[in-house]
Design a protein around this ligand. Sequence first.
Ligand code: SF4
Length: 77
Amino acid sequence: MSEGNCNYHPPAVFFPSDGVGVEVAKKICATCPVKEACLEYALDHRVDHGVWGGTSERQRRRILRSRRTSSTVTLAS
Ligand code: SF4
C-alpha cells in the first residue's frame, strides 16, 4: 500500500458510498503500480469493503466465485 496511488488520496475515496465514487476510485487504481498485488491481497484476505486493486466489492465476489468454480472443475476432471 505504501507504493500505491492511494497514498495521494484520502482513504475515504476508496470506501465510496455510491457507484460514482466507485468509478472515481477505480480510475485512481487503474494506473497504480501495485494494482495486481493489491487485488490479490484483497482476494486472499476476503476484504469485502471498498475498492481494492481496481475492483469493487461486487467484482471481487465475482472473481472469487469464478476461481472457486474453476478449481472445482479442475479437481473434478
Ligand atoms: S490498486 Fe490498491 S494500492 Fe493501488 S491505488 Fe488502488 S487501492 Fe491503492
